[in-house]
Design a protein around this ligand. Structure first.
Ligand code: ATP
Ligand code: MG
Length: 410
């Protein structure tokens, strides 16, 4: 029986990883903090074989506690699901001489300022980026590089589109910088976040994501997913569709851009979620990479569409087994997030009858809850999942159902 040490399971991909481990016949031990463990849902706890408590906000202490635990428990692999802890995963795997990513470059998988530097060095097609703590600092840097508006302002360390905004003129920059600095710590561990702000060239065009399992430096790509977001100042995700129907030459270019990014970040054994945009008349441009499984239930969406279980393939890679990556089967799957039409008190969602293609409806917000505008992914009320034989059909099903779904906010 193989033993996997998972650094924090409280993430969207946590349950998928735990199910995949069980299917592989492996035991999972979870590293977390005692207080955070108290907040684990019972359904998640049931999937976990054992725990080790440490302070994940103190990398030095966590590394020595987990090294000791791994020795006595005879751990075979180290995995993670939370972006902020991917450097710790890399350092621990390296210390234990287990498969993992390059620890010397792992910080760039968590911190977007370090990621921008790594992309520059690795000649990854990515937007030009400046960073700083104040509006004056980033304005000087933008002028120096001759970057004009529109630009995208974002926190150096955050996720879920929190603090990300598109700025079309200088007069909006200061508010956007302050908005990006609204999260000095990340819940639930209280991890301190770098308060630097990134300002990037705005990349136009449709957006995609590509997950890649990496085993011994070999890339195993999953199907490309089309990503749908709000437009305007805030780019919250509204849904995803798998597979993205890209022509073969574009697919090859997307994979090549992602592989360049993964090499630049030292991702050599694990999994990566790469987000890219394809500007008109230009090649794919990498927005960011996470050295982790995707969120947004994409593990479920990709598996439904293609038959490939990326959580299983990731665990196989860190266990140093060749990942199972069958040819994707024909089929499509889409997820759409329900967001409030405006701020107010949430009253409920009415989805019409038994619509074609709808295979899952999950409303995660209680009626009576106060809801805000859709600035970032925290505004979600729940989601709907659809399947169909082709991407065009699944998008049509989703569009039809959303057009007839009533979200009541008073
Ligand atoms: N340079 C850019 N040009 C155009 N759009 C961008 C740029 N950077 C970010 N965006 C848009 O903002 C969204 C969120 O940005 P980003 O992915 O950097 O932040 P995040 O908080 O990690 O988001 P998430 O966790 O939702 O993927 C992107 O998915 C994209 O739609
Ligand atoms: Mg992103």
């Amino acid at each position: 029986m193989k033993r996997i040490l998972l650094i924090e399971a409280l993430a969207n991909s946590g349950p998928y990883l735990l199910d995949a481990a069980r299917a592989l016949g492996a035991h999972v031990f979870v590293a977390t903090h005692e207080d955070v463990w108290e907040s684990y849902p019972a359904a998640l706890r049931e999937k976990i074989h054992g725990t080790v408590f440490t302070d994940l906000t103190d990398p030095g202490r966590a590394l020595s506690d987990l090294t000791a635990f791994a020795g006595t428990t005879r751990i075979d692999a180290v995995a993670g699901c939370w972006e902020f802890f991917t450097p710790l995963v890399a350092h621990l795997a390296s210390r234990l001489d287990l498969p993992g990513n390059d620890p010397l470059r792992a910080q760039a998988c968590r911190n977007k300022a370090a990621m921008a530097r790594a992309f520059r060095t690795g000649r990854v097609p990515a937007p030009r980026t400046v960073s700083g703590y104040t509006t004056a600092e980033v304005t000087r840097a933008l002028d120096r590089l001759g970057i004009g508006f529109p630009v995208v302002v974002k926190p150096a360390e955050q996720g879920g589109s929190w603090g990300v905004s598109v700025v079309t003129g200088h007069e909006q920059l200061d508010a956007a910088v302050r908005h990006a600095q609204s999260w000095p710590v990340a819940a639930p561990h209280g991890l301190a976040l770098d308060q630097r702000v990134l300002v990037q060239e705005y990349v136009p065009g449709p957006e995609f994501s590509l997950d890649t399992v990496v085993w011994r430096d070999e890339y195993f790509h999953l199907p490309v997913v089309e990503k749908h977001t709000t437009d305007g100042a805030y780019r919250a995700e509204t849904g995803h569709t798998c597979p993205a129907p890209l022509p073969p030459a574009t697919l090859t270019a997307v994979r090549a851009a992602a592989e360049r990014a993964l090499r630049a970040l030292g991702i050599r054994n694990g999994v990566a979620h790469t987000e890219l945009k394809i500007p008109p008349e230009a090649g794919p441009t990498v927005i960011e990479v996470g050295a982790r499984l995707p969120g947004d239930h994409l593990v479920h969406v990709v598996r439904h569409a293609s038959g490939i279980d990326e959580a299983r393939a990731y665990l196989q890679a860190v266990l140093d087994e060749k990942p199972d990556m069958p040819e994707p089967r024909e089929g499509a799957c889409a997820i759409r997030f329900l967001t409030p039409p405006r701020a107010g008190t949430f009253r409920g969602v009415t989805v019409p009858g038994r619509p074609a293609g709808l295979i899952g409806r999950h409303i995660t917000t209680e009626p009576g809850a106060t809801v805000g505008g859709a600035h970032d992914n925290s505004a979600r009320l729940g989601h709907l999942v659809f399947t169909a034989p082709t991407p065009a059909q699944v998008k049509a099903h989703a569009a039809h159902v959303l057009a007839h779904t009533r979200i009541e906010v008073s």
